[in-house]
Ligand binder design. Structure first.
Ligand code: MGD
Ligand code: MGD
Ligand code: SF4
Ligand code: MO
Length: 724
């Protein structure tokens, strides 16, 4: 029996999987009609993060991984031509020539790369070494910009460094989980299961869920606060006000371990329960109950994700939540702390490896001269090669295409023609791109229509690398299946282009273990120190949390800041008090509803895998819009009617799901369906790109829309009957 231990390639929970084949020889492996091996998947009981549990996505992952794959490099001169298959040599030569021409004629900043939290750490490291180190432009950004960047900037500004301080064991040690803007039950199911089991067994343990929707997560809550979208800062400040008034603060911790409390306390004065309850659209009693849970809990664990991060004031929201932990001393101890749940399987690894336009490996920053000098020296590149200015965020790349400033765009492991905001504008910009390379596992995706060059990439199961999950745990993921067609590993493609551009020494790697070995050296002495890790150690010791410095015999550290020393220069955490500016695009009489967008349990993002998996496709076959019965009644909309939803940027049509699970005045649309899977149902046709000034993360969670019933359900049933 062949047994492979690896990590689930879907969400940031990072569950351990065991891939099992009962065959003893290659000939005996069971295969489907296309001759692809059929693997059995089960949870890995030895993986400390998931302890043998998996959700439907992990359990069914192998069904889709060999369907509709991109097999060969393809090129075309213009987007209206068909692709023609070419050799790797021809595709790479074309790219290298083009990079050199663009550099000569426009400068390095006309080059941009847009990557993904679905890279392994080795892919990330090589991609940004190529762009930032060798080509001298910081224009490397990742889809984590749409996902985690507010958590990063919130942690950095409040605690001095990125890095979630908590671990999953805290889920089973807390007195109260405060879940904000996270549908954990559907999006981080195994994190949710670990807490839910413990919650059920311990009636004194509380769960507060803050979400404008009554989600499956909210269903399990002792207290659900269905706040108006975008009012989280008011809520946090309202809780802070009450804790301060009741005297339930940790004065010693505040005094010895923090800065700026006085300003924060001053700011809280205007957050009386009356004002806060009104702004948030909840009752004073509900607000007070939430504050009581905070008051009575010795250990309170906040969990958040996109409901806070995807906001034009995402950093302020994250910091306002961290303030509550600082004022109560609820950090650096078992069972408590501000715990950001990462979205993608290796968005954490991306942060470590310098995978955003303002970062360098080892939690360094491009605008820090010392950080640049350290990295330049280590890479053996001339002093001053790394630019001191943060590169283009992904939205800046779109603007750069509009203004002819981006001349070469390289997209890998993400599907921006579905997932970026203001999709009509995004698509128009992509259409205008003089040269786009798209490095993908599948064909087609919505983005392949905008590519001049398609490069076939291997994906999970075929490539070896490491990924870090939300609790800072690093897992070795071996390649256990043959690459399909001519697909190559992402990091190998980046390295090959680097060598062809003349950087032979910088990209002289033989294996991904070599890449990892180089990368971890750059983390030495940094907050995310992984210098003690290697592929070999991870294979033998199993999944390990960082920090894990070289020479240390510790098996990795569970929690950060246990000594109450933070990563700021004076080692104190910093209160950052904010008044909310509200939504970037609030509703108004013309666009009277707030649209929010998000995810469903069985589907993953743009459906490249879960759309090709029977079980998940059957779970959620079609897009829909959730509307509260009151709103539906006012508009004459009934369940199943086709509703036209219009924002200032475009319109879509969805079947209505009339449900009290959404707050009145708010509507919800899943983000999953692009043009290949449904017509006129792309959530991002409606969304806008206004972003947080600090994290530059767009407000994908709220825009103003109008609704109109276009086809009544009754009529559509009749017309279907007539048709047949
Ligand atoms: N099944 C599944 N799981 C996934 C993914 C997937 O595609 N499918 N993707 C992964 C990725 S990359 C990510 S980033 C995570 C995302 O994980 P989550 O953030 O949990 O998922 P979302 O559904 O995007 O949004 C969460 C909730 O935010 C709420 N919300 C909207 N506006 C506000 C607000 O103003 N305040 C508050 N408090 N809440 C608000 C929404 O109603 C929604 O229920 O999931 C990961 N896991
Ligand atoms: N309206 C709205 N929009 C959103 C969000 C939202 O909540 N609402 N959420 C945002 C967030 S948090 C995220 S993370 C993004 C996600 O958005 P995307 O990144 O666009 O979504 P995915 O479908 O995960 O795209 C990943 C692509 O990589 C390919 N792939 C998988 N593995 C590999 C590999 O190893 N190598 C290569 N080269 N390709 C690979 C897959 O086939 C797929 O096409 O969406 C964002 N957009
Ligand atoms: S919870 Fe996330 S990591 Fe775990 S099996 Fe499900 S999708 Fe995979
Ligand atoms: Mo994400």
């Amino acid at each position: 029996m062949k047994l492979i231990q690896t990590l689930c390639p879907f969400c940031g929970v990072g569950c351990g999987l065991e891939i099992v084949s009962t065959a003893t020889t290659d000939q005996e492996i069971k295969r489907d009609e296309q001759g692809n091996p059929i693997w059995k998947v089960r949870g890995d009981r030895q993986h400390p993060s998931s302890q043998g549990m998996v959700c439907v996505k992990g359990a069914t992952v192998t069904e889709s991984i060999r369907r509709d794959r991109l097999l060969h490099p393809m090129i075309r001169e213009t987007l209206d031509q068909p692709f023609r298959q070419v050799s790797w040599d021809e595709a790479l030569n074309l790219m290298v020539e083009r990079i050199q021409t663009v550099q000569r004629d426009y400068g390095s900043d006309a080059l941009s790369m847009y990557g993904s939290g679905q890279f392994v750490t080795e892919d990330y490291y090589i991609a940004q070494k190529l762009m930032k180190g060798c080509l001298g432009t910081n224009n490397f950004d990742a889809n984590s910009r749409l996902c985690m960047s507010s958590a990063v900037s919130g942690y950095v500004q409040s605690l001095g460094s990125d890095g979630p301080p908590c671990c999953y064991e805290d889920l089973e040690l807390t007195d109260c989980a405060f879940i904000v803007g996270s549908n954990t039950a559907e999006c981080h199911p195994i994190v949710f299961n670990r807490f839910a089991k413990y919650h059920k067994k311990n009636p004194d343990v509380k769960l507060i869920v803050v979400d404008p929707r009554y989600t499956p997560t909210a269903e399990a809550a002792d207290l659900h606060l269905p706040i108006r979208p975008g009012t989280d800062i008011d809520l946090f400040n309202g809780i802070g006000y009450l804790l301060l008034r009741w005297g339930d603060i940790d004065a010693v911790f505040i005094d010895e371990c923090t800065r700026n409390f006085q300003q924060y306390a001053q700011l809280l004065q205007s957050y009386t329960p009356e004002i806060v309850a009104k702004r948030c659209g909840i009752t004073i009693e509900a607000l007070e109950t939430a504050a009581r849970y905070w008051q009575q809990s010795k250990r309170i664990l906040s969990l958040w994700s996109m409901g806070l991060n995807q906001s034009s004031e995402g950093t302020a929201k994250v910091r306002s939540l961290i303030n509550l932990h600082l004022m109560t001393g609820q950090i650096g101890k078992a069972g408590c702390g501000p715990f950001s749940l990462t979205g993608q399987p290796n968005a954490m690894g991306g942060r470590e490896a310098g995978g955003l336009a303002h970062l360098l490996p080892g939690y360094r920053f491009v605008n820090n001269p010392q950080h640049r000098a350290e990295v330049e020296q280590f890479w053996g590149i001339p002093e001053g090669r790394i630019s001191p200015t943060p590169g283009r965020t992904v939205w800046d790349m779109i603007l750069g295409l509009e203004q002819d400033e981006v001349q070469f765009l390289w997209i890998a492991a993400t599907n921006p023609a579905v997932s970026l905001p203001d999709l009509e504008r995004t698509k128009a910009a992509l259409l205008k791109s003089p040269f786009t390379v798209y490095q993908e596992a599948y064909y087609p995706t919505e983005t392949s229509a905008y590519a001049h060059v398609l490069l076939p990439a291997t994906q999970w199961s075929e490539k070896t690398g490491v990924m870090t999950n939300s609790e800072r745990r690093v897992t070795y993921c071996p390649g256990f299946d043959q690459p399909l067609g001519e697909a190559r590993h992402d990091w190998e493609i980046f390295a090959e282009v680097g060598r062809r551009l003349g950087f032979k020494e910088q990209f002289a790697f033989q294996t991904s273990a070599d890449v990892y070995a180089e990368f971890v050296q750059l983390t030495s002495g940094r907050p995310c120190d992984m210098s003690g890790l290697s592929h070999d150690r991870l294979q033998h010791q199993g999944p390990t949390q960082w920090p894990c410095p070289a020479g240390s015999t510790e098996p990795g550290r569970q929690r950060l800041y246990t000594d109450n020393h933070f990563a700021t220069p004076d080692r104190r955490a910093i209160f950052g008090g904010y008044h909310s500016k509200g939504l970037a695009e609030p509703s108004d009489p013309n666009y009277p509803y707030v649209l929010t967008t998000g995810r469903l349990y069985g589907h993953w993002h743009t459906l490249t895998r879960t759309g090709r998996t029977n079980k998940t496709q059957q779970m959620h076959p079609d897009p829909f819009i959730e509307i509260h019965p009151k709103d539906a009644g006012n508009l004459g909309i009934e369940n199943g009617d086709i509703v036209e939803v219009r924002s200032r940027r475009g319109s879509c049509q969805f079947p209505a799901k009339v449900t009290a699970f959404i707050a009145p005045g708010t509507v919800f649309v899943p983000m999953h369906w692009g043009t290949l899977w449904a017509s006129d149902a792309e959530a991002n046709t409606l969304t806008h790109p206004h972003a947080c000034p600090d994290s530059r993360q767009p407000e994908l969670k709220a825009c103003a829309v109008q609704l109109k019933s276009v086809i009544s359900h009754q009529l559509s049933v009749i017309s279907q009957e007539v048709d047949s």
